[in-house]
Design a protein around this ligand. Structure first.
Ligand SMILES: [Zn+2]
Length: 257
């Protein structure tokens, strides 16, 4: 029996042009809901994504009309409004930084206990099993926040120094300085001089995720890009890096207090 090759896509017809993403508005349950409409040549069906940072995104295959999109959005209206409401609640009103608030530390819950008695502008912190006791001048939320952030940064200096040294056993690269930064959406960076920078907020993530970022920045000492060669260097020491990268994408915005 002759083997019939699968006919390739006709090459005479140009691929359909993919229109650029655009922001549209639909009214669902009496509320205007903006969404980003993205056309993808690879999409097979209409896909809805809701992320706190970007809101509602609708990814559609080429050739899907505005009417089809609206139909899908109306069908999924209950899910869309409930998910957006839940996210808004979390983003707008995190619980106050007060006695008993549970934070995250290296992926483990850490209960905050507040004590008075510190001089203004100073604090003392004692890390116990599952509890962080913080002595502050006043329990005002901003005072507690400043003290907590200073404490996380101080811990970050020690933890990243240890983690870089340990993770680099797999590589044996040479690096310059390690610095702790506060960037809203950047987890780490590696300068051309070989300085490694890390975001203190990673201390709220599971330690395996923090380690992945360390491997990632160490790998940049060899490959200052995100080429397949770079990812091979990461994978050599951190085989589950895809999982950790996905976790950061999904939960990165939650790393704060
Ligand atoms: Zn990178």
């Amino acid at each position: 029996m002759p083997i019939i090759p699968r006919s390739p896509r006709p090459s005479t017809r140009a691929a359909p042009a993919v229109p650029p993403p655009r922001t549209l508005l639909i009214t669902l349950g009496g509320t205007g809901v903006p969404y980003l409409l993205k056309t993808s040549a690879r999409a097979r069906r209409v896909r809805l994504v809701i992320r706190p940072a970007t809101g509602l995104e609708v990814v559609v295959p080429c050739g899907v009309g505005a009417g089809d999109v609206e139909h899908v959005l109306r069908e999924k209206a209950a899910w869309i409004t409930a998910t957006l409401a839940r996210m808004a609640e979390r983003v707008i009103a995190p619980p106050p930084l007060a006695e008993g608030r549970v934070l995250s530390y290296l992926g483990q819950p850490l209960r905050l206990a507040l004590r008075g008695g510190a001089p203004p502008g100073k604090f003392r912190a004692v890390l116990g099993k599952g509890t962080l006791t913080l002595m502050v001048a006043t329990p005002a939320e901003e005072t507690v926040r400043a003290a907590l952030e200073a404490w996380y940064r101080r811990q970050a200096r020690a933890i990243f120094a240890e983690c870089v040294e340990r993770c680099n056993l797999a590589y044996g690269f040479s690096y310059a300085r390690i610095a702790i930064k506060d960037q809203k959406s950047r987890w780490g960076s590696c300068s051309r001089k070989g300085n490694l920078n890390f975001n203190w907020r990673l201390l709220l993530a599971p330690s395996s995720v923090l380690e992945y970022v360390v491997y990632h920045e160490l790998a940049h000492l060899r490959e200052p890009n995100h080429s397949p060669r770079f990812w091979a260097v990461v994978e050599r020491a951190c085989p589950a890096y895809r999982e950790h990268r996905r976790w950061l994408k999904q939960h990165g915005h939650e790393l704060g207090f």
